[in-house]
Design a protein around this ligand. Structure first.
Ligand code: SER
Length: 338
């Protein structure tokens, strides 16, 4: 008998860490991670095994397919938006071909188990592209079907992979005699910027908010690369993980769409800085705008409409901006750095 496992790609990344923390706490003793680099002790202690390897390596995925029975896949591995702009072809390979490989693995597994494999895919507000600042401020909360004109390679990759997930779930090889419908149970969330007290993101464009608070806590100077009035939605890492748990636990018949917006709070960079200053009054942060990164933030919505996530699977953020600081970021960051 093959051992039944839960597979997490990009396990060393920010959400990977958060997921391992929470799935392990919930009693999952069968987590297998994949990442390009060796996992840290935190991850190693909470997983059955961490495979060092590339999701583009089909031999590695074939070995996993042969060795394990995969119940569900959390496919977190990706190049984020800023990094992807420097290496668009590599980003496309990792973000799109990598996702295709994981969907293929899910389909193979589901066929051999005769049972659906749940597949979680983190999408992003980067799939949206607002044409102008005027439209960004007048658009109001953006719905899932609006403004899907991404201006970044990362956003293009995420939007296309949402469609791939839909294809694998509902239309895979529809001309063949065998019905594959429903074998891959693809579920996706379009995340806003995520702020963790424990890790820093690498290569994203929403990184300025987490970088501000971590720099303040360490007493370091920080140059924020967007203007003080730049505004996009954010949420805390515990809320991001909570959202993943909710959507993965929801009965399939409750899900009226494959991808959902979620939201928690959407301060401007200046409002975020004022909040940081409430706790770290000596904070030394300047706004030194990088026009290119600013233009990416300008193309992302100010706010998203998450009514569907609320009605279909009971989404409700636990942290608004005040609680994010008072109940999560400040206590956890203080115990980390002080
Ligand atoms: N946080 C991501 C980034 O900045 C967006 O999903 O790239």
């Amino acid at each position: 008998m093959r051992k039944s496992i839960v597979l997490i790609t990009g396990v060393n990344g920010e959400i990977g860490h958060g997921l391992v923390r929470s799935l392990h706490k919930k009693g999952h003793e069968n987590l297998i991670g994949i990442d390009l680099s060796t996992a840290d002790d935190f991850v190693k202690e909470r997983t059955l095994d961490c495979l060092i390897g590339d999701i583009l390596d089909r031999n590695l995925l074939e070995r996993i397919n042969a060795q394990y029975e995969v119940e569900s896949i959390y496919h977190m591995a990706a190049l984020l938006s800023t990094r992807a702009e420097f290496s668009p072809v590599v980003a496309h390979e990792v973000n799109v071909d990598g996702t295709l490989n994981m969907l293929h693995l899910a389909m193979e597994q589901a066929k051999s188990r005769g049972k659906a494999v749940k597949f979680f895919f983190p999408s992003s507000i980067a799939v949206y592209g607002l044409p102008s600042l005027g439209e960004k401020s007048s658009a109001g909360p953006v719905k899932e079907d609006d403004y899907r004109h991404p201006q970044t390679m990362y956003g293009c990759n995420k939007l296309y992979c949402e469609s791939l997930g839909d294809y694998y779930s509902h239309y895979f090889k529809r001309l063949s005699a065998n019905d594959s419908k429903g074998l891959v149970d693809f579920r996706s969330i379009r995340f806003p910027g995520i702020i963790s007290a424990h890790t820093l993101p690498a290569g994203g464009t929403s990184d300025y908010a987490p970088e501000m608070i971590h720099a303040a806590a360490k007493g370091e100077h920080y140059d924020c690369f967007v203007s003080s009035d730049a505004r996009i939605p954010f949420m805390t890492m515990p809320d991001a993980i909570y959202a993943i748990e909710l959507i993965m636990a929801a009965p399939q018949q409750n899900l009226s769409q494959i991808v959902y917006n979620v939201k928690a709070f959407n301060p401007s960079a200046g409002e975020f800085l004022s909040k940081v200053k409430d706790y770290y009054p000596k904070t030394d942060i300047d706004f030194i705008v990088n026009d290119s990164r600013q233009s990416i933030i300008d193309s992302w919505p100010e706010d998203v409409d998450d009514a569907k996530a609320r009605s279909d699977w009971g989404w409700q953020a636990t942290h608004d901006l005040d609680k994010a600081f008072s109940d999560y970021l400040i206590p956890e960051i203080r115990s980390r750095y002080e």
